[in-house]
Each structure stands twice: as C-alpha cells, then as structure tokens.
Design a protein around this ligand. Structure first.
Ligand SMILES: [Zn+2]
Length: 65
C-alpha cells in the first residue's frame, strides 16, 4: 500500500500557527487566518514569501519561495 507523504497528515503536521517570525528580517507577523503545512505566507514587512513546512516533530520551517 502506497503512503503519500505529501497529503495532509494527522498528528503534529496538522498543527497550525497564527503568527511567524520572518527568517529574512526577523519581524513577527501575526496573520488573520491560521496557516499550516503546505501553505504559502508572506512577510508584511520585507515582502519575502515562504513555503510552510512542518517537520515530523511539529516544528515550523519556512522555505524561501
Ligand atoms: Zn521579513
């Protein structure tokens, strides 16, 4: 049976956030709608966009677009 890792998963990866610290300028960005694994977010201060990844341990990782 194939296991699709890219799909929305249960557990830690289902966690969602309502703010993030920009990796580029360190500004804290509160967001109106919560985001989670697979979403795209943008820093309101410097305009950098990031893909949201959540590691298996539930850690938030922001990858530059
Ligand atoms: Zn920024």
């Amino acid at each position: 049976m194939a296991f699709d890792d890219s799909d929305e998963d249960v557990g830690e990866r289902a966690r969602r956030w309502t703010d993030f610290d920009c990796p580029d300028c360190n500004a804290n960005n509160p967001v109106d709608e919560s985001f989670g694994h697979g979403d795209e977010i943008r820093c309101y201060y410097c305009g950098s966009g990031f893909h949201v990844k959540v590691s298996e341990g539930g850690k938030l990782r922001l990858q530059p677009e």
